[in-house]
Design a binder for this molecule. Structure first.
Ligand code: ZN
Length: 135
């Protein structure tokens, strides 16, 4: 039997006793019991969130650069250390050509210098002087 159903059953019995003071006390106690139940529900929810965060915290691997990975993650996904530290959110970073970048806070850096240097050597310079013009 749940708390609410129990209170209703007791209230029916107290009503039959026709005792106004007893009925008033039951109403007060019922309100307190329902408030306590709401508090328990809220705390249970908060506890589940904290456990979830703690589980994640234990899986987090920090690196020299400002990104995180999770132990046992076969995909080796990069997460933003700034977003985790400030908001407690795991935001997946985009990675390309040795670079990483957070789509949320825009934090970026180089995680693979070899891949980055290779890309930079292959890419065209940002500015190339114009070839001779024909007049
Ligand atoms: Zn971020």
């Amino acid at each position: 039997m749940g708390l609410y159903e129990g209170i209703k059953d007791v209230a029916k019995i107290v009503q039959k006793a026709d005792n106004v003071e007893l009925y008033r006390q039951l109403i007060d106690l019922s309100a307190q019991a329902l408030d306590m139940q709401a508090t328990i529900n809220k705390l249970t929810e908060e506890n589940a969130e904290l456990k979830k965060r703690q589980d994640l915290e234990e899986r987090i691997e920090r690196h020299q650069e400002l990104y995180l990975t999770l132990k046992g993650d076969e995909n080796n996904i990069f997460y933003c250390s700034h977003c985790w530290d400030s908001d407690g959110k795991l935001i997946q970073m985009s990675t390309k050509n040795g670079l990483y970048q957070c789509p949320h806070c825009q934090q970026k850096g180089i995680h693979d210098k070899d891949a980055y240097n290779e890309k930079m050597n292959k890419s065209k310079p940002f500015y190339a002087p114009p070839k001779s013009r024909k007049w």
